[in-house]
Write a protein that binds this ligand. Structure first.
Ligand SMILES: [Zn+2]
Length: 204
C-alpha cells in the first residue's frame, strides 16, 4: 500500500497536530526556520529532509515511520498507522545560511513592538491593535520598518491622517528594523520551544 499523509486526522488526535512547529536546520545543522508539522512531513516524505531524533541521529521517512509514537510525542495518522511528528528536521540539500533580514510583516511588527501601542503604551490585546503609518499613507508614507508602528485602535483613530507631531502624540521609541538573529526570531515566534530544539538553537 502506498503511504500518504492524511489531511484529515481522525478524531483521536488533536485537530492542531499538523500545525505543531518543527525546527528546520540547514545542511550545516544551523537553524533556518520553523515550519508546520504538515510542511515538515511533506519535506520528509519527499526526501528533501531527514528527521532528527533525540539522540541527534537522522532518519529518512521509511526509517522514521518505524519509530514508535511515544507518550510525549505527537502522532499524525496515516492510512496504515501513525507517524511521529519530528521536533527537528535536517534539510539535507539546503545550504543557505539564515537570512539576516527580518521580513516586514504584521506579525513581525507586533513582535518588534511587543504587542504594545507605541503611542499610549497600552497592551490592549491583538484584536485591538492596528498597524499605523507614522507618516500617513495619504501623504506618501511608505511601508517600511521606520514608518510602521503598532497602535491601539483609539490612538489610531485619534491620530487620523496627521503626523505624530501634528496630533501631539509621541512615539514611545523610534521605529527601526529589528536585527534579530534567526535563533532570536524563532524564540520570539515560538513561546514554548521544544527541549529537542535546545542544542541547535544554542549553536545558532
Ligand atoms: Zn494607544
Amino acid at each position: 500500500m502506498r503511504t500518504t499523509i492524511d489531511d484529515h486526522p481522525h478524531p483521536r488526535s488533536s485537530p492542531d497536530v499538523l500545525s505543531i512547529p518543527v525546527l528546520l536546520l540547514n545542511r550545516f545543522f544551523a537553524p533556518v526556520a520553523v515550519a508546520s508539522a504538515r510542511r515538515a512531513l511533506v519535506l520528509l516524505y519527499g526526501g528533501a529532509a531527514r528527521a532528527v531524533d533525540d539522540a541527534g541521529e537522522t532518519h529518512d521517512f521509511t526509517d522514521w515511520r518505524r519509530l514508535p509514537v511515544r507518550q510525549l510525542d505527537d502522532g499524525v495518522p496515516l492510512v496504515d498507522g501513525e507517524v511521529r511528528v519530528p521536533r527537528v528536521l535536517h534539510l539535507v540539500r539546503y545550504e543557505r545560511l539564515p537570512a539576516h533580514r527580518v521580513r516586514l510583516t504584521r506579525k513581525n511588527l507586533l513582535l518588534r513592538d511587543d504587542y504594545q501601542c507605541q503611542y499610549c503604551g497600552r497592551h490592549p490585546g491583538i484584536r485591538e491593535l492596528n498597524i499605523d503609518h507614522v507618516l500617513p499613507r495619504s501623504r506618501l508614507g511608505e511601508d517600511t520598518w521606520e514608518n510602521l508602528v503598532v497602535s491601539c485602535r483609539s490612538c489610531n483613530l485619534k491620530k487620523g491622517r496627521r503626523t505624530p507631531l501634528e496630533a501631539k502624540m509621541k512615539l514611545l521609541r523610534p521605529p527601526r528594523e529589528p536585527n534579530w538573529s534567526t535563533t532570536r526570531h524563532i524564540l520570539l515566534l515560538t513561546k514554548q520551544p521544544y527541549v529537542e530544539w535546545g542544542p541547535f538553537l544554542a549553536a545558532g
